[in-house]
Design a protein around this ligand. Structure first.
Ligand SMILES: [Zn+2]
Length: 509
């Protein structure tokens, strides 16, 4: 099966293969960290999460990078409003962003990078652009990129430099050679944070951070670069200009741009009162239902969110998770430890081989047709349709799997895989208390197979099971679960205010 993705750069679907065999290098533009994450962000980041899951199911490793824009006009203004240093503000919203992402079960990226931690990289890139005649310093210490010096300007968005000039509504800065030129470095203004540079104190422009960090972490040619659709112009157009003018060759192979989320037909905005933060959404709807809803609309289409629409998805969602739950119950009640222990192995190794040809075909077809839909430019609505075909086929065999719990286990595991791809991770039989204890006692865990850094939600779930055991004064069990957590490299610290999870690389939870 081939994976096809729509490439904004070529304006068509193309077969995707990583440039380096086996490894996908992915960069996605992250949040400007001065406020809480809203549902539009959630849709975008859930999409990148889904894409990464699909890429991995094609057998590729994914090295993923996301940035935090932690210095810009809005950040400075908000920090001044509150009378706090800008770093205090950005630290707060980075922590909230990570918490929201974890609750949405967005897997952690390989690298999270803050713009202000990478200013030397940006300065190097700007110096090189000046050397090569693509950028110039003006009086006062600002540095601009010369748009006309880069032939390919406009290739992503289709904008021509001439059109940009006609559309300009503001009087251009007279120090610019061309009104369409954009800032690489901004000279310090009174009361603003600043960094040393060869052109005097100042701060980087927004666009340069992504070019410099993508280059620094992923090399001069990357497989996929994405951002929400409003990043296409000018941000990504400018990123291409900077990166390709600085380093020879094509900067990005595939550009991807998920569409916006609107609320009841209107753009989300605080003034309209239809602004929904992720916090508010999670208070109202389970994360699983939110991700289920996202999967109903193709990522290149605008999604119109409303409470009514979400409620209309609820019955289909409950039908599927209801079946999932029943399959789990039948498996847990009917099977012994040895059979259940098969959840430690990939389903193809062992369990599937034991099934009758007919049963096996139901499971394989369910998986193949779901993945085939996702392989067509991540067609989630089509994938949902094939999920329902699978659910109907399993329901039609109810008499069989209630009689044969091993068949129930097999159907359960295949259904879990489908749900997992769209980000619904209720489906971890190996996190059932009965099995956690069994694995803890034999010192085995399937958690060793999870991504690095560890999936925080898995550790939290284990911590919760440990607390439940402690509440029942079952300390032997609690200790076994603690050992299991430690096998993943994380640890629990018991503090007077309760237990605290410490995850390496991620710090305290
Ligand atoms: Zn960016």
């Amino acid at each position: 099966m081939k994976l096809k993705l729509y490439n904004t750069l070529t304006r068509r679907e193309e077969v995707f293969e990583p440039l380096r065999p086996g490894l996908v290098r992915l960069y996605t533009c992250g949040l400007t960290v001065y406020d809480q994450m809203h549902l539009g962000h959630a849709r975008t980041y859930c999409f990148w999460d889904l894409l990464r899951r699909v890429l991995r199911s094609f057998g590729w490793e994914v090295f993923s990078v996301i940035n935090y824009t932690d210095i810009d006009d809005k950040i400075i203004a908000r920090a001044n409003e509150r009378g706090i240093p800008f770093r205090q503000l950005t630290e707060q919203y980075i922590a909230e962003f990570l918490r929201d992402c974890d609750e949405l079960h967005i897997h952690r990226y390989t690298v999270y990078c803050r713009a202000t931690d990478h200013i030397p990289w940006m300065i190097q890139m700007i110096e090189r652009l000046i050397e090569k005649g693509h950028a110039y310093v003006v009086e006062g210490g600002d540095v601009y990129f010369s748009v006309r010096s880069f032939q390919g300007y406009g290739k992503l968005s289709g904008h021509r430099v001439e059109d940009l000039l006609e559309g300009a509504r503001v009087e251009p800065d007279p120090r610019k050679r061309d009104p369409a030129d954009f800032a690489l470095w901004k000279a310090k203004k009174p009361g603003e944070p600043s960094w040393e540079s060869p052109w005097g104190e100042g701060r980087p422009g927004w666009h340069i951070e992504c070019s410099a960090m993508a280059y620094g972490y992923l090399g001069d040619q990357i497989d996929i670069h994405g951002g929400a659709v409003d990043n296409k112009f000018p941000h990504h157009e400018n990123e291409i200009a900077q990166a390709e003018a600085c380093c020879a060759g094509q900067f990005v192979r595939f550009w991807m741009h998920p569409e916006h989320l609107i609320v009841e037909g209107q753009k989300m905005s605080k003034s309209l009162g239809n602004f929904i933060t992720v916090r508010e959404a999670l208070a109202q709807w389970d994360y699983e239902l939110i991700r289920w809803a996202f999967a109903q609309v193709h990522y290149r289409q605008v999604m119109d969110w409303s409470a009514g629409v979400i409620d209309s998805y609820r019955s289909s969602y409950e039908r599927v998770v209801g079946l999932h739950r029943r399959l789990e119950e039948v498996a847990l009640e009917g099977l012994g430890e040895e059979d259940l222990g098969q959840v430690l192995l990939p389903v193809e190794e062992g369990l599937e081989e034991e099934m009758d040809e007919e049963v096996r075909e139901v499971g394989r077809k369910g998986w193949r047709s779901f993945l085939a839909a996702l392989a067509e430019d991540i067609n989630t609505p089509q994938a949902m349709a094939s999920l329902f075909d699978y659910v109907s086929a399993v329901n039609a065999r109810e008499a069989q799997w209630t009689e044969q719990p091993k068949v129930a286990l097999y159907f359960y595991r295949r259904l879990s895989e489908l749900l997992y791809l769209i980000g619904i991770e209720r489906a971890r039989l190996d996190l059932h208390p009965k099995l956690v204890l069994q694995f803890a006692s034999v010192g085995r865990t399937s958690l060793a197979r999870t991504e690095k850094p560890p999936e925080v939600w898995v550790l939290r779930k284990l911590l919760q099971l440990r607390e439940e055991a402690r509440a029942k004064k079952d300390f032997a069990t609690a200790d076994k679960i603690r050992d299991l957590i430690q096998m993943t490299g994380a640890r629990i610290e018991d503090t007077p205010r309760g237990p605290r999870l410490v995850v390496p690389e991620l710090g305290e939870d």
